[in-house]
Design a binder for this molecule. Structure first.
Ligand SMILES: [Fe+2]
Length: 184
């Protein structure tokens, strides 16, 4: 996206341009951490009154695709979560993800798998770490990281950067109580 003479790029467009400029072949192990830094910069340089952000907040949709890259396949999602919104432990298969909070408070729990993975359909998890995403806080989750999210202070405006379309990959959901694993 070139900056035109008549209209200056907004902070979201600048963020996407910066990610595109560092993407390369998409295999740099530092990429999730670079996107984390760029997302922190995006939040710091975006006012709730900037038209694109104001629209996201006003529409308050649980999920919105803000950008999908035609060349590299990465996707930037914007979410507005209500009180108690959450999901079960899951992974993103071969993909990585960067979660960031613009407003509210979202807790992300990370899990460690404690079984050997040899019994089909079974998986034992234990909680490993809790990340509290208050405004401006961003965390990358790497290939295979099992996590769940929970909105504790709302409205929670949450950004989720997907390294690739999750509909196209094999990934899993886990049931902590039942000790099961299934295809998502
Ligand atoms: Fe996730």
């Amino acid at each position: 996206m070139a900056i035109s003479a008549v209209k200056e790029a907004n902070s979201l467009e600048r963020y996407i341009d910066e990610i595109r400029s560092i993407w390369g072949d998409g295999k740099d192990p530092q990429l999730p951490f670079k996107v984390k830094s760029l997302m922190e910069k995006l939040f710091a340089s975006t006012s709730p009154n900037d038209p694109w952000m104001a629209e996201l907040i006003r529409e308050a949709k649980p999920a919105r695709e803000l950008y999908r890259d035609p060349d590299y396949g990465f996707i930037q999602m914007g979410h507005v979560h209500k009180q108690g919104h959450g999901n079960l432990p899951h992974d993103h298969g071969p993909c990585w993800v960067v979660y960031g909070a613009y407003t509210g408070l979202t807790e992300i729990t990370l899990y460690r798998r404690t079984d050997d993975g040899k019994e089909p359909g079974r998986a034992r998890l234990e909680k490993k770490e809790l990340h509290r995403l208050s405004p401006g806080i961003v965390y990358p989750y790497l290939r295979g990281d099992i996590h769940s999210t929970h909105a504790t202070e709302t409205p929670a405006v949450v950004f989720r950067f997907l390294s690739y379309d999750l509909e196209q990959v094999e990934r899993h959901r886990y049931n902590l109580e039942k000790g099961t694993i299934s295809r998502a």
